[in-house]
Design a protein around this ligand. Structure first.
Ligand code: KG4
Ligand code: ZN
Length: 363
């Protein structure tokens, strides 16, 4: 029998200040607390996340959010076996705040500090709630990330394809901005799309017919920009939203079908996990469900709270790493923050998909 581990997780890489306490016992995770303080209000006036505002807000909120997570868990710091915090990729000011907070708690409590890759947190997030053994195929779709990954085991990730420009959530946010729908754009676009005609505009499906799993959404956003000028009424906007969402659904379901067809897991079934904020979109979920079923795969989507940024997934990644003895012989206190940190470092070196751009780093 392995010893139960109790881990405090901290997440500050974008616009959520989050802390959670998780217990891992016999491979099963139980959440003792799960606190998420979103900064939506702080960023909404700017129609996007402003890195400086995020960093300042994380610095102001981190202590209180950690204290709340500990109080709700009902344990003292002496009951912790380790502290995990996101060390990247993300907005560097916020990452630094979480990293320093985590290191301070770990040092004061005399326990290991575990630096966690935010993308690994998302990759492991389905294991918070459902029985989701390795291996599985993951589609990570959020405001900053858009990629297919084969999750073979803890620390074993193969990138199969990603966007070559914007992330999907970013495209939703930009389209919403073009039409004055506020921030974040995804939920607003989805809501308007429900009453629109998805065939009203024939928007491009970039890279759809190109072999492979690379994706591109910047051209789609530009195509939308060309028709938004004259669209003043809600009905006209609804048609644009519905047509845009239909194009996204087509691209994601076709690429998912292709990824699943090439994914040959062990005989215990094909699992297809979709995570990230965009996984909240019901039309996209339905399209992925159909694509998965056609390939004999089961679609697993973590509950919405754990699809978007949260600290429970960071605590889980830390706990699984600690349980597996994957700390590289250090206590993590010398870990640095990494604004760019691909999960599949080999693929990133041999086939980098990004040039510049502040979103590209995360996506
Ligand atoms: O995972 P997340 O909370 O943060 C990042 O790591 O980016 O994802 C936020 C992104 C935003 O771009 C937001 O517009 C998008 O997810 N999103 C949606 C929906 N809800 C959130 N996109 C499409 N449809 C939705 N219902
Ligand atoms: Zn994220």
């Amino acid at each position: 029998m392995t010893r139960a581990l109790t881990i405090l997780g901290i997440e500050t890489s974008c616009d959520e200040t989050a802390a959670a306490v998780l217990r891992l016992e016999e491979g099963r995770a139980t959440l003792l607390s799960d606190v998420i303080r979103t900064q939506l209000e702080e960023h909404a006036p700017y129609l996007g996340v402003v890195p400086e505002i995020a960093a300042r807000a994380h610095a102001e909120l981190a202590d209180a959010v950690v204290a709340k997570a500990m109080a709700e868990a009902g344990i003292g710091y002496d009951a912790l076996d380790g502290v995990a915090a996101t060390a990247g990729p993300g907005l560097i000011g916020g990452v630094l705040v979480g990293l320093m907070t985590g290191k301070a708690v770990a040092q004061a409590a005399g326990i290991p500090f575990i630096p966690v890759n935010h993308l690994e947190g998302h990759a492991l997030s389905p294991r918070l709630a459902s029985d989701c053994p390795f291996p599985y195929l993951l589609l990570l779709v959020s405001g900053g990330h858009c990629q297919f990954l084969e999750v073979r085991g803890l620390g074993e990730y193969k990138r199969l394809g990603s966007t070559i420009d914007d992330a999907v959530g970013e495209a939703f946010d930009k389209v919403a901005k073009l039409m004055g729908l506020g921030f974040p754009g995804g939920p607003a676009v989805e809501q308007l799309a429900a009453s629109g005609n998805p065939k009203a505009h024939d928007f491009p499906r970039p890279l759809l017919n190109r072999p492979g799993l690379e994706m591109s959404f910047a051209g789609l956003k530009s195509a939308v920009a060309r028709v938004t000028e004259g669209a003043e009424t809600d009905a006209a906007k609804a048609d644009i939203c519905a047509s845009f969402q239909a194009a996204i659904c087509d691209v994601l379901s076709e690429k998912s079908a292709r990824a699943l067809a090439g994914f040959d897991p062990s005989p215990n079934g094909k699992r297809f996990v979709v995570a990230g904020g965009v996984a909240a979109n019901k039309a996209i979920r339905a399209a992925l469900e159909t694509a998965a079923a056609a390939q004999g795969a089961q679609l697993i989507a973590p509950p919405l709270r754990h699809c978007t940024d949260n600290a429970a997934m960071i605590a889980l990644a830390g706990a699984e790493r600690l349980a597996a003895g994957m700390l590289d012989g250090t206590d993590g206190l010398d870990a640095g923050s990494r604004p760019r940190w691909p999960l599949d470092e080999a693929a990133a070196l041999s086939a980098p998909v990004y040039g510049g751009g502040h979103k590209g780093a995360k996506a």
